[in-house]
Design a protein around this ligand. Structure first.
Ligand code: COA
Length: 351
C-alpha cells in the first residue's frame, strides 16, 4: 500500500460526508469534505501533488493560512475526481495523476497526467472556510460549491450583497438564510467560471424553498437552482448545471400517471385487483399499512431523486386520523418537486 493509501484508509480524520453528499450522489456527482489535515501538510504535498503542482506549492508567495487552504482544497478536489473516475469509468488514479490548475479567471481545471491520456477529465469546484475544504466533481456539467461558517452577522454584508427585494425575502426567513443566499450567489459565480466579478447584485435570488433548501438565482437572463444545507455551524451550497439542457419539472398529470402506475405495480404484489383511481384512498381502500406506505414513499423519492418530508405527512395523517387519496399524494409530490434540480432530481431533461 502506498503512503497515501495509508493516510486515506487508516486515519479516522479523513474525508467526511457532508449534507451535500447524498444530493451530489443522486445527481451522479461526487462531493468530498475534509476538516483539517490528515497529516503534516508537507508530507501531504509530497504524496498528492503532481510535479507541476509541487513547484507551485513550493514557490507560492502567500501567508501560511492561504498555502494550507490551497493544499487542502487540492486534496479534497483530487479525492472527488478520483472517486468519480473510479465510480463512473472504473479508472483508479493516484492523486498525483490528477492535476488541478486555475484558468485565467481562477476557475480550477482538471488534467489527467501524463498528457495524452484518453480519460476525459471532469469539472471540479473548490471551497474552503475556517480549516474545512470541500470539492464537487461531475462530468459534462458546470459545477459550483461554497461553504461559510455561521459566525458572521447578516447586517455586516446584507446591505451590500442583497437588493431590496432579496432583503424582503430574507425578512420572512431564519437568520442563516442570509448566508445561504450569499453562498448561492458565489456558487453560481463559480459554476459559470467568473466568480462574483460581475458584482453581487448581478446575481439575483428570485425564490427560496426553505423546506427543501433550494434557492433560485438569476444571472444574465438565466435561472439556476442551487441546493443549500446547514450542518452545525456551517452552511453549504452547490449546483450542477448542464449547458444547453432545459430542465422541465414533470407536470401534475405526469406525477399522477407515475403514481397510478407505481400503485398498480405494488398492488400486484399483494393481490389487489380493483382499479386504482385518483380518488382511491390509500389506507381504507387499497389496504395500505404503515410499512407499505413507507415502501411507496421511498419508491417515490428514489424515482424523483428528491427527498420529500413524507415522515411529516404520514405523522399529520396519523394525528388527524384520516386517509390519503392519490390526488392528495400527487399534490404533495408536485409541491415538493418545486425547485428540485440536477441531472435526475425531479426533472426531465430535454436537450
Ligand atoms: C471565486 C470567488 C467567488 C471565491 O470565493 P472566496 O470566498 O474567496 O473563496 P472560496 O473558498 O469560497 O473559494 C475559493 C476557490 O474558488 C475557486 N475559484 C476562484 N476563482 C474562480 C472562478 N473564477 N470560477 C470558479 N472557481 C473559482 C478556486 O478553486 C478557489 O480555491 P483555490 O484558489 O484554493 O483553488 C471570489 O474570490 C471571486 O468572486 N473572485 C473574483 C472576483 C472578485 O474578487 N470579486 C470581488 C468579490 S465581491
Amino acid at each position: 500500500m502506498s503512503a497515501f493509501g495509508s493516510i486515506q484508509r487508516d486515519s479516522s480524520v479523513t474525508l467526511m460526508p457532508s449534507p451535500l453528499s447524498a444530493w451530489a450522489e443522486s445527481a451522479g456527482a461526487v462531493c468530498c469534505r475534509m476538516n483539517g489535515f490528515p497529516c503534516d501538510p508537507n508530507l501531504l504535498a509530497d504524496q498528492i501533488l503532481s510535479p507541476g503542482e509541487k513547484t507551485d506549492w513550493l514557490s507560492m508567495r502567500a501567508v501560511e493560512k492561504r498555502r494550507r487552504e490551497w493544499l487542502l482544497g487540492r486534496y479534497v478536489a483530487k479525492e472527488a475526481v478520483r472517486e468519480l473516475m473510479e465510480k463512473r469509468l472504473g479508472l483508479r488514479l493516484a492523486p498525483a495523476e490528477i492535476e488541478i490548475a486555475p484558468d485565467g479567471y481562477g476557475c480550477p481545471q482538471v488534467k489527467i497526467k501524463p498528457d495524452g491520456q484518453s480519460a476525459k477529465p471532469p469539472q471540479v469546484s473548490i471551497a474552503h472556510s475556517d480549516g474545512t475544504a470541500m470539492a464537487l466533481a461531475a462530468f459534462d456539467a458546470d459545477v459550483g460549491i461554497d461553504l461559510e461558517k455561521l459566525d458572521r452577522q447578516a447586517e455586516d454584508f446584507e446591505s451590500i450583497a442583497f437588493s431590496a427585494d432579496e432583503r424582503k425575502l430574507l425578512a420572512a426567513l431564519p437568520a442563516e438564510w442570509a448566508l445561504r443566499m450569499w453562498c448561492a450567489k458565489e456558487t453560481v459565480g463559480k459554476a459559470l467560471g467568473r466568480g462574483l466579478s460581475a458584482g453581487l447584485l448581478a446575481f439575483r435570488v428570485s425564490s427560496v424553498e426553505a423546506s427543501t433548501g433550494f434557492i433560485e438565482v438569476e444571472f444574465d437572463g438565466k435561472s439556476f437552482s442551487v441546493y443549500t444545507a446547514r450542518e452545525s455551524t456551517f452552511v453549504f451550497s452547490a449546483m450542477i448545471y448542464q449547458q444547453g439542457a432545459v430542465l422541465m419539472r414533470p407536470s401534475r398529470q405526469e406525477i399522477m400517471d407515475y403514481l397510478l402506475q407505481k400503485l398498480s405495480e405494488l398492488a400486484q404484489d399483494w393481490d389487489y385487483t380493483d382499479p386504482i383511481r385518483p380518488e382511491s384512498l390509500l389506507f381504507t381502500e387499497l389496504g395500505y399499512g404503515s410499512l407499505e406506505a413507507v415502501v411507496l414513499c421511498t419508491a417515490i423519492q428514489e424515482h424523483y431523486q428528491t427527498p420529500m418530508p413524507f415522515a411529516e405527512l404520514l405523522a399529520e395523517i396519523g394525528q388527524q386520523q384520516r386517509d390519503l387519496s392519490i390526488n392528495e399524494l400527487t399534490d404533495f409530490v408536485d409541491t415538493h418537486l418545486t425547485g428540485a434540480t440536477g441531472p435526475d432530481a425531479g426533472a426531465r431533461r430535454i436537450q
